[in-house]
Design a binder for this molecule. Structure first.
Ligand SMILES: Cc1ncc(COP(=O)(O)O)c(C=O)c1O
Length: 434
Protein backbone atom coordinates (compact mmCIF):
# COMPACT_ATOMS: atom_id res chain seq x y z
CA UNK A 1 0.00 0.00 0.00
CA UNK A 2 1.43 3.38 -1.02
CA UNK A 3 2.19 6.27 1.24
CA UNK A 4 -0.18 8.42 -0.80
CA UNK A 5 1.95 11.13 -2.37
CA UNK A 6 -0.38 14.04 -2.99
CA UNK A 7 -0.46 15.43 -6.52
CA UNK A 8 -2.41 18.42 -7.80
CA UNK A 9 -5.95 17.35 -8.61
CA UNK A 10 -7.42 18.39 -11.96
CA UNK A 11 -4.22 19.86 -13.48
CA UNK A 12 -4.23 22.07 -16.55
CA UNK A 13 -2.71 20.30 -19.55
CA UNK A 14 -2.29 22.28 -22.79
CA UNK A 15 -4.65 24.94 -21.48
CA UNK A 16 -7.39 22.47 -20.46
CA UNK A 17 -8.31 21.21 -17.00
CA UNK A 18 -8.14 17.43 -16.87
CA UNK A 19 -9.03 14.46 -14.69
CA UNK A 20 -6.69 11.65 -15.63
CA UNK A 21 -7.09 11.09 -19.39
CA UNK A 22 -10.29 13.17 -19.57
CA UNK A 23 -10.65 16.82 -20.42
CA UNK A 24 -13.24 18.40 -18.12
CA UNK A 25 -14.77 20.14 -21.14
CA UNK A 26 -15.39 16.71 -22.67
CA UNK A 27 -17.07 15.46 -19.46
CA UNK A 28 -19.32 18.55 -19.36
CA UNK A 29 -20.32 17.88 -22.96
CA UNK A 30 -20.95 14.19 -22.41
CA UNK A 31 -22.79 14.28 -19.10
CA UNK A 32 -24.23 17.82 -19.04
CA UNK A 33 -23.92 20.51 -16.39
CA UNK A 34 -24.00 21.24 -13.52
CA UNK A 35 -21.88 18.17 -12.87
CA UNK A 36 -19.84 16.83 -9.96
CA UNK A 37 -16.63 15.07 -11.02
CA UNK A 38 -14.48 13.12 -8.55
CA UNK A 39 -11.08 11.60 -9.20
CA UNK A 40 -10.75 8.28 -7.42
CA UNK A 41 -6.97 8.23 -7.51
CA UNK A 42 -6.94 11.51 -5.56
CA UNK A 43 -9.29 10.09 -2.94
CA UNK A 44 -7.18 6.98 -2.55
CA UNK A 45 -3.94 8.99 -2.30
CA UNK A 46 -5.42 11.07 0.51
CA UNK A 47 -6.71 8.04 2.35
CA UNK A 48 -3.29 6.38 2.08
CA UNK A 49 -1.46 9.55 3.19
CA UNK A 50 -3.73 9.81 6.18
CA UNK A 51 -3.52 6.24 7.35
CA UNK A 52 0.23 6.04 6.63
CA UNK A 53 0.95 8.97 8.94
CA UNK A 54 -0.58 7.07 11.87
CA UNK A 55 0.89 3.65 11.02
CA UNK A 56 2.84 3.43 14.29
CA UNK A 57 -0.30 2.97 16.35
CA UNK A 58 -3.36 0.78 16.13
CA UNK A 59 -5.85 3.10 14.47
CA UNK A 60 -9.18 3.28 12.68
CA UNK A 61 -9.95 5.85 10.00
CA UNK A 62 -13.72 6.23 10.32
CA UNK A 63 -14.48 8.25 7.21
CA UNK A 64 -17.08 10.91 7.90
CA UNK A 65 -19.96 9.96 5.63
CA UNK A 66 -21.55 13.41 5.87
CA UNK A 67 -18.74 14.90 3.76
CA UNK A 68 -19.64 12.81 0.71
CA UNK A 69 -21.82 9.76 1.05
CA UNK A 70 -21.73 8.55 -2.53
CA UNK A 71 -21.94 4.74 -2.44
CA UNK A 72 -19.05 4.18 -4.83
CA UNK A 73 -16.74 6.35 -2.74
CA UNK A 74 -17.84 4.67 0.49
CA UNK A 75 -17.37 1.27 -1.09
CA UNK A 76 -13.83 1.97 -2.21
CA UNK A 77 -12.85 3.50 1.12
CA UNK A 78 -14.30 0.47 2.88
CA UNK A 79 -12.21 -1.80 0.64
CA UNK A 80 -9.14 0.17 1.65
CA UNK A 81 -9.91 -0.46 5.32
CA UNK A 82 -11.88 2.61 6.32
CA UNK A 83 -14.74 2.60 8.77
CA UNK A 84 -17.46 5.21 8.96
CA UNK A 85 -18.52 8.06 11.19
CA UNK A 86 -22.30 8.16 10.79
CA UNK A 87 -24.97 10.47 12.16
CA UNK A 88 -28.28 9.08 10.96
CA UNK A 89 -30.12 5.95 9.92
CA UNK A 90 -29.65 7.13 6.35
CA UNK A 91 -25.88 7.21 6.77
CA UNK A 92 -25.98 3.83 8.51
CA UNK A 93 -27.89 2.45 5.54
CA UNK A 94 -25.51 4.02 3.02
CA UNK A 95 -22.38 2.81 4.77
CA UNK A 96 -23.75 -0.73 5.18
CA UNK A 97 -25.03 -0.80 1.61
CA UNK A 98 -21.53 0.19 0.50
CA UNK A 99 -20.11 -2.77 2.40
CA UNK A 100 -18.40 -1.02 5.31
CA UNK A 101 -18.44 -3.41 8.29
CA UNK A 102 -20.53 -2.13 11.19
CA UNK A 103 -17.77 -2.96 13.66
CA UNK A 104 -15.85 -0.10 12.03
CA UNK A 105 -18.68 2.41 12.52
CA UNK A 106 -19.12 5.11 15.12
CA UNK A 107 -22.52 6.66 15.64
CA UNK A 108 -22.22 10.39 16.37
CA UNK A 109 -24.79 13.18 16.74
CA UNK A 110 -26.49 15.14 19.52
CA UNK A 111 -30.04 14.01 18.85
CA UNK A 112 -30.08 10.24 18.39
CA UNK A 113 -33.63 8.90 18.48
CA UNK A 114 -34.68 5.68 20.18
CA UNK A 115 -35.04 4.08 16.76
CA UNK A 116 -31.51 5.09 15.82
CA UNK A 117 -30.08 3.66 19.03
CA UNK A 118 -31.98 0.41 18.55
CA UNK A 119 -30.92 0.00 14.93
CA UNK A 120 -27.34 0.90 15.77
CA UNK A 121 -27.21 -1.71 18.54
CA UNK A 122 -28.80 -4.28 16.30
CA UNK A 123 -26.30 -3.52 13.56
CA UNK A 124 -23.36 -4.03 15.92
CA UNK A 125 -21.93 -0.51 15.85
CA UNK A 126 -18.40 -0.21 17.27
CA UNK A 127 -19.34 2.70 19.51
CA UNK A 128 -22.03 5.27 20.12
CA UNK A 129 -20.46 8.65 20.76
CA UNK A 130 -22.79 9.89 23.49
CA UNK A 131 -23.38 13.61 23.86
CA UNK A 132 -25.66 13.99 26.90
CA UNK A 133 -26.91 12.41 30.13
CA UNK A 134 -30.30 11.89 28.52
CA UNK A 135 -28.77 10.04 25.62
CA UNK A 136 -26.77 7.71 27.88
CA UNK A 137 -29.90 6.89 29.89
CA UNK A 138 -31.84 6.26 26.72
CA UNK A 139 -29.04 4.07 25.34
CA UNK A 140 -29.11 2.03 28.58
CA UNK A 141 -32.88 1.61 28.42
CA UNK A 142 -32.90 0.62 24.76
CA UNK A 143 -30.03 -1.85 25.21
CA UNK A 144 -31.76 -3.35 28.27
CA UNK A 145 -35.01 -3.78 26.34
CA UNK A 146 -33.07 -5.69 23.70
CA UNK A 147 -31.03 -7.74 26.17
CA UNK A 148 -27.93 -6.26 24.52
CA UNK A 149 -24.79 -4.46 25.63
CA UNK A 150 -24.25 -1.05 23.99
CA UNK A 151 -20.64 0.14 23.59
CA UNK A 152 -20.21 3.87 24.09
CA UNK A 153 -17.75 6.74 24.37
CA UNK A 154 -18.58 10.05 25.99
CA UNK A 155 -17.99 13.03 23.72
CA UNK A 156 -16.18 15.54 25.87
CA UNK A 157 -16.46 19.24 25.18
CA UNK A 158 -12.86 20.36 25.76
CA UNK A 159 -13.69 24.09 25.82
CA UNK A 160 -11.44 24.87 22.89
CA UNK A 161 -12.44 27.53 20.39
CA UNK A 162 -10.91 25.95 17.31
CA UNK A 163 -9.46 28.14 14.56
CA UNK A 164 -11.93 27.35 11.78
CA UNK A 165 -12.92 29.90 9.11
CA UNK A 166 -16.56 30.10 10.23
CA UNK A 167 -18.29 29.98 13.60
CA UNK A 168 -20.70 27.28 12.37
CA UNK A 169 -17.85 24.81 12.04
CA UNK A 170 -16.49 25.26 15.60
CA UNK A 171 -17.77 22.53 17.90
CA UNK A 172 -15.32 22.36 20.81
CA UNK A 173 -16.48 25.10 23.17
CA UNK A 174 -19.32 25.40 25.62
CA UNK A 175 -21.49 27.79 23.58
CA UNK A 176 -22.03 25.03 21.05
CA UNK A 177 -24.45 22.12 21.51
CA UNK A 178 -21.83 19.40 21.38
CA UNK A 179 -20.62 16.95 24.02
CA UNK A 180 -20.55 17.26 27.80
CA UNK A 181 -18.17 19.14 30.09
CA UNK A 182 -15.27 17.23 31.67
CA UNK A 183 -16.90 16.97 35.14
CA UNK A 184 -20.13 15.68 33.72
CA UNK A 185 -18.12 13.23 31.63
CA UNK A 186 -16.70 11.67 34.80
CA UNK A 187 -20.22 11.50 36.28
CA UNK A 188 -21.58 9.75 33.20
CA UNK A 189 -18.84 7.11 33.15
CA UNK A 190 -19.49 6.55 36.87
CA UNK A 191 -23.25 6.24 36.27
CA UNK A 192 -22.70 3.66 33.53
CA UNK A 193 -20.33 1.56 35.60
CA UNK A 194 -21.95 -1.63 36.80
CA UNK A 195 -24.88 -1.24 34.42
CA UNK A 196 -24.92 -4.53 32.57
CA UNK A 197 -26.27 -3.10 29.33
CA UNK A 198 -23.62 -0.41 28.87
CA UNK A 199 -19.94 -0.81 28.10
CA UNK A 200 -17.59 2.17 28.23
CA UNK A 201 -15.39 1.48 25.24
CA UNK A 202 -13.71 4.81 24.57
CA UNK A 203 -13.60 8.54 24.92
CA UNK A 204 -14.35 11.06 22.18
CA UNK A 205 -13.73 14.65 21.20
CA UNK A 206 -14.37 16.63 18.00
CA UNK A 207 -13.50 20.31 17.93
CA UNK A 208 -14.57 21.48 14.50
CA UNK A 209 -14.02 21.34 10.78
CA UNK A 210 -11.41 22.85 8.43
CA UNK A 211 -8.59 23.08 10.98
CA UNK A 212 -5.17 23.65 9.45
CA UNK A 213 -2.88 23.43 12.51
CA UNK A 214 -1.94 20.48 14.73
CA UNK A 215 -2.01 22.53 17.93
CA UNK A 216 -5.77 22.51 18.63
CA UNK A 217 -5.77 18.72 18.24
CA UNK A 218 -2.94 18.45 20.74
CA UNK A 219 -4.87 20.62 23.19
CA UNK A 220 -8.12 18.69 22.77
CA UNK A 221 -6.45 15.31 22.97
CA UNK A 222 -4.45 16.32 26.05
CA UNK A 223 -7.67 17.26 27.74
CA UNK A 224 -9.42 13.95 27.16
CA UNK A 225 -6.35 11.79 27.68
CA UNK A 226 -5.85 13.48 31.05
CA UNK A 227 -9.19 11.93 32.05
CA UNK A 228 -8.12 8.38 31.24
CA UNK A 229 -6.01 7.43 34.33
CA UNK A 230 -8.84 8.33 36.71
CA UNK A 231 -11.41 6.49 34.59
CA UNK A 232 -9.17 3.44 34.58
CA UNK A 233 -8.63 3.67 38.31
CA UNK A 234 -12.37 3.77 38.80
CA UNK A 235 -12.76 0.64 36.72
CA UNK A 236 -13.31 1.54 33.07
CA UNK A 237 -11.34 -0.51 30.59
CA UNK A 238 -11.21 1.98 27.77
CA UNK A 239 -10.06 0.73 24.39
CA UNK A 240 -9.93 3.82 22.16
CA UNK A 241 -9.70 7.56 21.97
CA UNK A 242 -11.54 9.23 19.11
CA UNK A 243 -10.20 12.67 18.14
CA UNK A 244 -12.93 13.32 15.57
CA UNK A 245 -12.40 14.96 12.20
CA UNK A 246 -11.85 18.45 10.90
CA UNK A 247 -8.50 18.06 9.12
CA UNK A 248 -8.43 20.99 6.73
CA UNK A 249 -7.56 21.34 3.06
CA UNK A 250 -6.39 24.41 1.14
CA UNK A 251 -9.21 26.22 -0.67
CA UNK A 252 -7.18 29.30 -1.53
CA UNK A 253 -3.57 30.13 -0.69
CA UNK A 254 -3.67 28.88 2.90
CA UNK A 255 -0.90 26.49 3.98
CA UNK A 256 -1.71 22.80 3.76
CA UNK A 257 -2.15 20.81 6.97
CA UNK A 258 0.76 18.38 6.82
CA UNK A 259 -0.69 15.19 8.19
CA UNK A 260 2.72 13.89 9.36
CA UNK A 261 3.10 17.05 11.46
CA UNK A 262 -0.23 16.31 13.08
CA UNK A 263 0.82 12.71 13.68
CA UNK A 264 4.13 13.82 15.23
CA UNK A 265 2.27 16.05 17.65
CA UNK A 266 -0.43 13.66 18.77
CA UNK A 267 1.12 10.21 18.52
CA UNK A 268 3.23 10.53 21.69
CA UNK A 269 0.04 11.27 23.64
CA UNK A 270 -1.79 8.33 22.11
CA UNK A 271 1.11 5.98 22.78
CA UNK A 272 1.44 7.11 26.37
CA UNK A 273 -2.24 6.39 26.94
CA UNK A 274 -1.98 2.97 25.31
CA UNK A 275 -5.25 3.47 23.44
CA UNK A 276 -6.40 2.69 19.93
CA UNK A 277 -6.69 5.89 17.91
CA UNK A 278 -9.92 6.60 16.03
CA UNK A 279 -10.12 9.52 13.58
CA UNK A 280 -13.07 10.76 11.56
CA UNK A 281 -11.70 12.63 8.53
CA UNK A 282 -14.16 13.67 5.85
CA UNK A 283 -13.00 16.76 3.99
CA UNK A 284 -9.33 15.74 4.03
CA UNK A 285 -10.08 12.55 2.11
CA UNK A 286 -12.50 13.85 -0.52
CA UNK A 287 -12.47 17.67 -0.53
CA UNK A 288 -9.81 18.34 -3.13
CA UNK A 289 -10.79 15.31 -5.22
CA UNK A 290 -13.94 16.95 -6.59
CA UNK A 291 -14.85 19.74 -9.00
CA UNK A 292 -18.23 21.15 -9.93
CA UNK A 293 -18.60 21.94 -13.63
CA UNK A 294 -21.06 24.67 -14.43
CA UNK A 295 -21.90 26.32 -17.73
CA UNK A 296 -22.16 30.06 -18.25
CA UNK A 297 -25.67 31.08 -19.30
CA UNK A 298 -25.29 34.85 -19.40
CA UNK A 299 -22.75 37.55 -18.70
CA UNK A 300 -24.23 40.89 -17.72
CA UNK A 301 -23.19 44.21 -16.39
CA UNK A 302 -25.34 45.98 -13.82
CA UNK A 303 -24.11 49.50 -13.17
CA UNK A 304 -20.42 49.02 -12.58
CA UNK A 305 -20.65 45.36 -11.64
CA UNK A 306 -20.14 42.25 -13.76
CA UNK A 307 -22.28 39.18 -13.15
CA UNK A 308 -21.46 35.79 -14.61
CA UNK A 309 -24.68 33.79 -14.43
CA UNK A 310 -24.06 30.04 -14.43
CA UNK A 311 -26.31 26.97 -14.38
CA UNK A 312 -25.20 25.85 -10.90
CA UNK A 313 -25.87 27.78 -7.73
CA UNK A 314 -26.58 27.43 -4.03
CA UNK A 315 -28.77 24.37 -4.66
CA UNK A 316 -25.71 22.53 -6.00
CA UNK A 317 -23.06 24.11 -3.75
CA UNK A 318 -24.25 25.96 -0.68
CA UNK A 319 -20.88 26.53 1.01
CA UNK A 320 -20.22 30.02 -0.40
CA UNK A 321 -23.65 31.17 0.69
CA UNK A 322 -23.86 29.30 4.01
CA UNK A 323 -20.28 29.63 5.29
CA UNK A 324 -19.08 32.50 3.13
CA UNK A 325 -16.62 29.90 1.85
CA UNK A 326 -14.05 30.53 -0.87
CA UNK A 327 -13.84 28.14 -3.82
CA UNK A 328 -11.39 28.71 -6.64
CA UNK A 329 -13.15 29.05 -10.01
CA UNK A 330 -11.43 28.63 -13.37
CA UNK A 331 -12.45 28.25 -16.99
CA UNK A 332 -12.00 24.62 -18.03
CA UNK A 333 -10.52 25.83 -21.32
CA UNK A 334 -8.17 28.78 -20.95
CA UNK A 335 -9.26 31.49 -23.40
CA UNK A 336 -6.70 32.60 -25.99
CA UNK A 337 -6.59 36.25 -24.92
CA UNK A 338 -7.81 36.45 -21.35
CA UNK A 339 -9.69 39.56 -20.30
CA UNK A 340 -9.80 39.71 -16.52
CA UNK A 341 -12.68 41.44 -14.75
CA UNK A 342 -13.82 41.45 -11.16
CA UNK A 343 -17.10 39.51 -11.23
CA UNK A 344 -19.75 37.87 -9.10
CA UNK A 345 -20.35 34.30 -10.21
CA UNK A 346 -24.00 33.68 -9.45
CA UNK A 347 -26.55 30.91 -9.95
CA UNK A 348 -30.08 30.99 -11.35
CA UNK A 349 -31.82 30.76 -7.97
CA UNK A 350 -34.11 33.50 -6.76
CA UNK A 351 -31.98 34.68 -3.82
CA UNK A 352 -29.36 37.38 -3.58
CA UNK A 353 -27.46 34.84 -1.46
CA UNK A 354 -27.16 32.58 -4.49
CA UNK A 355 -23.54 33.01 -5.44
CA UNK A 356 -20.48 30.84 -5.96
CA UNK A 357 -18.01 33.74 -5.74
CA UNK A 358 -18.19 37.46 -5.12
CA UNK A 359 -15.84 40.22 -6.25
CA UNK A 360 -13.60 37.65 -7.91
CA UNK A 361 -11.05 38.48 -10.62
CA UNK A 362 -11.86 36.05 -13.44
CA UNK A 363 -11.18 35.69 -17.13
CA UNK A 364 -14.45 37.11 -18.42
CA UNK A 365 -16.20 34.10 -19.93
CA UNK A 366 -18.79 33.92 -22.67
CA UNK A 367 -22.15 32.19 -22.60
CA UNK A 368 -21.59 28.49 -23.23
CA UNK A 369 -18.17 28.40 -21.55
CA UNK A 370 -17.71 25.90 -18.73
CA UNK A 371 -16.24 26.87 -15.36
CA UNK A 372 -14.75 24.49 -12.80
CA UNK A 373 -15.40 25.19 -9.14
CA UNK A 374 -12.63 23.53 -7.17
CA UNK A 375 -12.43 21.64 -3.89
CA UNK A 376 -16.07 20.61 -3.77
CA UNK A 377 -15.63 16.90 -3.05
CA UNK A 378 -16.67 17.47 0.57
CA UNK A 379 -19.93 19.15 1.61
CA UNK A 380 -20.71 19.79 -2.05
CA UNK A 381 -23.23 17.31 -3.37
CA UNK A 382 -23.83 16.19 0.23
CA UNK A 383 -25.43 19.56 1.00
CA UNK A 384 -27.17 19.96 -2.35
CA UNK A 385 -30.92 20.52 -2.33
CA UNK A 386 -33.91 20.66 -4.64
CA UNK A 387 -34.60 24.31 -3.82
CA UNK A 388 -36.39 26.07 -6.69
CA UNK A 389 -37.43 22.55 -7.80
CA UNK A 390 -34.03 21.92 -9.32
CA UNK A 391 -32.81 18.45 -10.11
CA UNK A 392 -29.71 17.50 -8.18
CA UNK A 393 -26.76 16.99 -10.53
CA UNK A 394 -25.08 13.80 -11.68
CA UNK A 395 -21.88 12.60 -10.05
CA UNK A 396 -19.06 11.16 -12.13
CA UNK A 397 -16.16 9.17 -10.71
CA UNK A 398 -12.99 8.94 -12.77
CA UNK A 399 -11.18 5.66 -12.27
CA UNK A 400 -8.18 5.19 -14.56
CA UNK A 401 -9.48 5.59 -18.11
CA UNK A 402 -13.12 5.13 -17.11
CA UNK A 403 -15.72 7.75 -16.27
CA UNK A 404 -18.38 6.07 -14.14
CA UNK A 405 -21.76 7.70 -13.57
CA UNK A 406 -21.96 7.00 -9.84
CA UNK A 407 -25.17 8.97 -9.47
CA UNK A 408 -27.53 9.91 -12.24
CA UNK A 409 -28.91 13.39 -12.60
CA UNK A 410 -32.33 13.52 -10.99
CA UNK A 411 -35.30 13.48 -13.31
CA UNK A 412 -38.24 15.87 -13.29
CA UNK A 413 -40.37 12.98 -11.98
CA UNK A 414 -37.95 12.51 -9.06
CA UNK A 415 -38.93 15.97 -7.91
CA UNK A 416 -42.52 14.95 -7.10
CA UNK A 417 -41.84 11.39 -5.95
CA UNK A 418 -43.94 10.63 -2.88
CA UNK A 419 -46.23 13.64 -3.30
CA UNK A 420 -49.94 13.32 -3.86
CA UNK A 421 -52.83 15.63 -4.66
CA UNK A 422 -55.54 14.08 -2.47
CA UNK A 423 -58.51 15.40 -4.48
CA UNK A 424 -57.04 14.54 -7.88
CA UNK A 425 -59.06 11.93 -9.80
CA UNK A 426 -57.29 8.59 -10.36
CA UNK A 427 -55.44 8.43 -13.64
CA UNK A 428 -54.59 12.12 -13.59
CA UNK A 429 -51.27 13.60 -12.68
CA UNK A 430 -49.07 12.37 -15.50
CA UNK A 431 -46.39 14.58 -16.92
CA UNK A 432 -47.94 17.72 -18.31
CA UNK A 433 -51.56 16.66 -17.69
CA UNK A 434 -54.02 19.33 -16.70
C1 LIG B 1 -18.31 14.35 14.90
C2 LIG B 1 -17.73 14.69 13.57
N1 LIG B 1 -16.74 13.93 13.09
C3 LIG B 1 -16.16 14.19 11.89
C4 LIG B 1 -16.56 15.25 11.13
C5 LIG B 1 -15.90 15.47 9.80
O1 LIG B 1 -15.31 16.70 9.67
P1 LIG B 1 -14.32 16.95 8.45
O2 LIG B 1 -15.04 16.65 7.20
O3 LIG B 1 -13.96 18.39 8.57
O4 LIG B 1 -13.15 16.05 8.64
C6 LIG B 1 -17.58 16.10 11.59
C7 LIG B 1 -17.99 17.26 10.79
O5 LIG B 1 -18.65 18.14 11.14
C8 LIG B 1 -18.19 15.79 12.84
O6 LIG B 1 -19.17 16.55 13.32
Amino acid sequence: MGTGVLTVPFPRVDGELCAGPFRLSELAERFGTPLYVYHLEQIEARYHAFTHAFREVDHLVAYSVKANGNLAILHRLGQLGAGADIVSLGELYRARRAGIPTERMLYAGVGKTEEELREGIEAGIYSFNVESRGELKRLDAVAASMGAVAPFAIRVNPEIVSPTPHEYTRTGHAETKFGVMVDEGFELYAWARGRPHLRARGIDVHIGSQILEPRPYFDALSRVIAMVPRLREEGDELEFVDIGGGYGVPYDAEPRLVIEDLANVILPLVKSAGLRLVMEPGRFIVGEAGVLLTRVEYVKRLGTKWFVIVDGGMSELIRPSHYDAYHAIEPVVMPGAPHIEVVDVVGPICESGDFLARARPLELPEPGDVLAVRTVGAYGFAMASNYNARRRPAEILIEGDQAHVVRERETIEDLVRGETIPWEKPGKGGRGER
